[in-house]
Design a binder for this molecule. Structure first.
Ligand SMILES: [Zn+2]
Length: 150
């Protein structure tokens, strides 16, 4: 743990947010309705602990087409409209026509939730768990966002 401290200091200092942005997502300003949207999703996943912070990726940063056919950004695993690699942060694309329900917020928060349950290697990047199935927990969270007008 002590050996990690200097490395973390380097990551967190100076111009690090620019150079390691994709790897160390920093939260962005909170959108109107975001707190409600985040808690609706998080509660749907059965969680009461502090939800992950959200980094919205938008504007000129959305410069490629994700496999969903919608605008995304380049992540370490290709063009995506959402990206999560820790339990504490999710990165999600926000396009001008988006609502919370139309973003990858619920999807990425599911990865974060699974990482909290099963550890860093348990985030299920291949979406094999039942939570991802049609009508599963992730879809239920999106449905609740729609019901809430979010
Ligand atoms: Zn995913």
């Amino acid at each position: 743990m002590q050996r990690l401290a200097p490395a973390l200091f380097l990551l967190l200092s100076g111009c690090a947010p620019f150079s390691v942005g994709p790897l160390l997502p920093l939260p962005t300003p909170v959108r109107e309705g975001q707190e409600s949207a985040v808690w609706i999703v998080w509660h749907t996943y059965g969680r009461e602990d502090l939800p992950p912070t959200v980094r919205w990726v938008e504007g000129a940063s959305l410069n490629c087409t994700a496999e969903t056919g919608r605008p995304g950004w380049q992540t370490p695993v290709g063009c995506r409209e959402g990206f999560t690699w820790t339990a504490g942060n999710v990165s999600v694309a926000w396009r001008p026509d988006d609502f919370f329900a139309t973003t990858a917020l619920a999807h990425e928060m599911m990865h974060a939730s699974l990482i909290r349950r099963f550890g860093l290697l348990g985030g299920d990047p291949d979406h094999r768990r039942p939570e991802w199935l049609p009508g599963g927990l992730k879809d239920q969270a999106v449905g609740r966002l729609i019901e809430a007008g979010l």
